[in-house]
Design a binder for this molecule. Structure first.
Ligand SMILES: Nc1ncnc2c1ncn2[C@@H]1O[C@H](COP(=O)(O)OP(=O)(O)OP(=O)(O)O)[C@@H](O)[C@H]1O
Ligand SMILES: [Mg+2]
Length: 403
């Protein structure tokens, strides 16, 4: 029996539980979004906007996994103070850049109510960071930590709210325009979500360092001895649980690799990526073999430990993806499943997590892989199946990509 909390925990990276209900309350959400957008125009002063533009021009500083690990392994007061002082500036710069970009999106995306709401969250957080006095002692540090914790919560729903904004754009577009071809939009979303991963990693890492009794080998979000086989096993079980709920059964998932092999990584990130890949494979195999007499072939996960990379291959015999469809699979909102984000759908089935349909699983997983210097590639044999290659950089010293 899979604890459903762990399932939701994994998914929360994409769609936090409070927003899963979003798709059932489309018009309510729209009203909220409209009201918030109105509020924004009235409530942000000219001087704040000027400050945003000043900070948005400053250089961002990337941090590597290795640095986070080494720095966090000695969470003494002096280090926490240095970390908080760094974050006060760094978060303000990163958030200012995103706020500016949100103002200048093509095709009128910036004016979509949901996007205005997201921009307001960024402006609110920028204002909080700038209004906080200089951090001089541990008392300030503790208050600052509480504040950035609250910023992280404020931004919980950014992904589905942006998705709603993009959907509003997609719906209102001239039918002659192919949404998947709007390269600027997909590139913007890649930059935007990548930056969000970085901001949340930095905040989460700092907050976690305050845990007085961390479990062994845990440094903030990082596990210095993470077993990829173990994480892949848990993620697969969680994905199978969703599949069983949706289809009544789920193909087997077999994992090949040394369970004792470990390397430093963020288990929550790996869980999310494998969960998304296995969910896709399960769906493909299930749909292909549902009405057939044949037994559904298992999904195979192979974990290889190289010197440079740890590579995880998720292989299925779910029929593959047509070559013409391949360029679309990493675009946002491209899905061959029914869209559960539909603003007007009223499915009335509670807050269930679905197998597929947002079209966010692959592009977001690729960003998580790239964040620490890895990558995600999909190879398909139409008529047979798909192989997903998830490369994770083992050295941990690549700098965060800073869009
Ligand atoms: N293993 C696979 N076999 C066949 N098709 C796949 C596979 N993986 C992805 N696809 C195709 O790529 C599309 C996009 O996948 P992606 O995971 O990004 O979105 P999704 O699964 O539709 O929705 P969700 O955001 O809920 O994951 C899928 O809808 C499906 O058509
Ligand atoms: Mg998916």
């Amino acid at each position: 029996m899979v604890p459903i909390n762990s399932v939701l925990g994994g998914l929360n990276f994409l769609f936090p539980s409070s927003t899963i209900s979003l798709r059932f309350k489309g018009s309510y959400l729209q009203n909220q979004v409209l009201m918030a957008a109105k509020k924004a125009c009235e409530s942000f002063s000219k001087s704040l906007i000027e400050d945003v533009h000043r900070w948005g021009c400053l250089k961002q500083t990337g941090v590597s996994l290795r640095y986070m690990m080494e720095f966090g392994s000695k969470p003494i007061s002096k280090n926490l103070l240095i970390s908080a002082q760094f974050l006060q500036k760094e978060l303000a710069i990163r958030i200012a850049r995103r706020a500016i970009e949100l103002e200048n999106l093509p095709y009128g995306l910036s004016q979509k109510p949901a996007v205005l709401k997201v921009r307001d969250w960024y402006l609110d957080s920028f204002r909080d960071l700038r209004a906080f006095p200089d951090i001089k002692n541990m008392n300030d540090e503790r208050e600052f930590t509480e504040m950035i914790k609250a910023i992280k919560v404020r931004h919980n729903n950014v992904v589905p709210t942006m998705a709603l904004g993009v959907q509003q754009l997609k719906k209102g577009m001239d039918p002659k325009i192919v949404y998947e071809d709007l390269v600027e939009i997909h590139q913007f979303l890649d930059r935007f979500y990548m930056s969000r991963i970085g901001i949340r990693m930095l905040i989460g890492q700092h907050v976690e360092l305050h845990n007085p009794n961390p479990p062994p080998f845990v440094v903030g979000y990082i596990h210095t001895k993470m077993s990829p086989v173990e994480v892949a096993t848990n993620a697969s079980e969680d994905a199978r649980a969703i599949c069983c709920r949706e289809y009544g059964s789920a193909p087997d998932v077999r994992i090949y690799g040394d369970p004792d092999f470990t390397f430093p990584y963020v288990p929550a990130h790996l869980h999310l990526m494998v969960f998304e890949l296995v969910k896709n494979s399960l769906r493909a195999v299930q749909e292909r073999f549902m009405d057939s007499d044949k037994v559904a072939p298992p999904i195979r996960i192979i974990v290889a430990d190289g010197i440079e990379d740890v590579t995880i291959k998720v292989s299925d015999e779910g029929g593959g993806i047509p070559r013409s469809g391949l360029p679309k699979i990493f675009t946002y909102l491209y899905s061959t499943a029914k869209n559960p984000l539909d603003e007007h759908s009223d499915l009335g089935i509670g807050e269930n997590v679905t197998m597929a349909g947002y079209g966010y699983g692959l592009p977001i997983s690729r960003l998580y892989a790239r964040y620490f210097g890895g990558d995600l590639q999909m190879i398909s044999m139409e008529g047979y199946g798909t192989d997903a290659y998830l490369h994770l950089s083992r050295l941990g010293d690549s700098q965060e990509p800073l869009p």
